[in-house]
Write a protein that binds this ligand. Structure first.
Ligand code: SF4
Length: 322
């Protein structure tokens, strides 16, 4: 189905799903995003990390355990261990994943640039219990990749990705699900998929996502030179305010993953419970602005046209199959 038809259907259907989700809302987050570290080893052109002024650091294991234990007590089943940084720079990453899985968190996700996925880390990751790994790669030649992912080596990343995928295949395991994505190309994405590297990824991985330049968001206007195509339902409330709690490495809670600087301070997980943070006056106020389409009242949301879909994944998949 051509993307413009799919988007038109989604635009018409989205308000129905917004109403439905709000009616069924349980007052706790569906997913907790945990920034294990905000250190990074790359200077990607589409990322605001280089501009980030907040202190760099790595979450203490005690604080992490406190968050996981609270998620378990509340029945929160999904966490993502990634913030504005490369999670593999944290030496405790594998231990964190194991702790969450042993505590019975159903879905533990990470995003990585794959540059540090050497053989040892591949094995540790594949045996950690992690459920979903999203590997972000951009470009499919040394030149295109290294112009975007500045500071990283295409050959190293290519080898790491293929080796991880082969390693998983050789174990014959269904998990972890490995998606390779964020591959941004100029022009026709289908031509891009004919590239050998892509074909191999396609055969070995559980999914590949190829976005074109217009699909990359600009961090609420904080990264210049990004040609962002806003989604047609950008004037609907942002789903993230109802489903994802974002915790920075030092325990502060920010508005969402786009708020990389933590400009909207919703509180601190060391002092407040998840339930309290999720039902605080400030977040309620922001949700109210969104419901009333007063996006301009919150600086970070004012210029952000990143609006994740409210349509359930199974219906999205049916639309994708057409
Ligand atoms: S509109 Fe953008 S900045 Fe505001 S909550 Fe949603 S994703 Fe975050």
């Amino acid at each position: 189905m051509p993307p413009y038809i799919k988007n038109s259907i989604k635009k018409l259907a989205m308000p129905i799903f917004v109403k439905k989700r709000l009616r069924e809302w349980k007052g706790i987050p569906d997913i907790v995003l945990i920034e294990n570290t905000n250190h990074c080893n790359a200077k990607c052109v589409m990322c605001p990390h280089g501009k980030m002024k907040r202190k760099k650091g790595t979450m203490s294991f005690d604080l992490y355990k406190h968050i996981i234990d609270e998620c378990v007590n509340l029945g929160i089943q999904r966490i993502q261990i990634t913030g504005t940084g490369e999670p593999l720079l944290d030496p405790l990453l594998f231990e964190r994943i194991r702790y969450a899985k042993n505590a019975d968190i159903k879905e533990v996700n990470i995003f990585s640039n794959a540059s540090l996925l050497n053989h040892e880390n591949q094995e540790l990751l594949l045996t950690s219990g992690v459920d979903l790994i999203f590997l972000s790669i951009d470009g499919f030649t040394s030149e295109s990749y290294e112009n975007i992912r500045v500071g990283l080596s295409f050959e190293v990343v290519k080898e790491n990705v293929l080796s991880l995928l082969r390693g998983k295949k050789s174990k014959g395991n269904y998990k972890p699900i490995i998606i390779v994505g964020g591959l941004r190309v100029k022009g026709d994405a289908s031509a891009f998929l004919k590239n050998n590297f892509c074909e191999e990824i396609n055969k070995l991985s559980d999914g590949i996502w190829v976005g074109e330049h217009g699909d990359v968001h600009d961090w609420s206007g904080n990264v210049e030179g990004i040609h962002y195509r806003r989604v047609p339902w950008y004037n609907l409330p942002c789903r993230r305010l109802w489903d994802a709690l974002s915790i920075l490495w030092d325990g502060r809670v920010d508005l969402c993953c786009i708020d990389y600087e933590g400009t909207v301070n919703l509180g601190n997980i060391e002092k407040q419970s998840i339930r309290e943070l999720w039902n605080e006056q400030r977040i309620k106020e922001v949700r109210g602005y969104h419901l009333n389409k007063q996006f301009e009242k919150i600086e970070i949301c004012k210029n952000c046209f990143e609006r994740p879909s409210w349509i359930p994944k199974n219906i999205e998949r049916i639309l994708d199959d057409f």
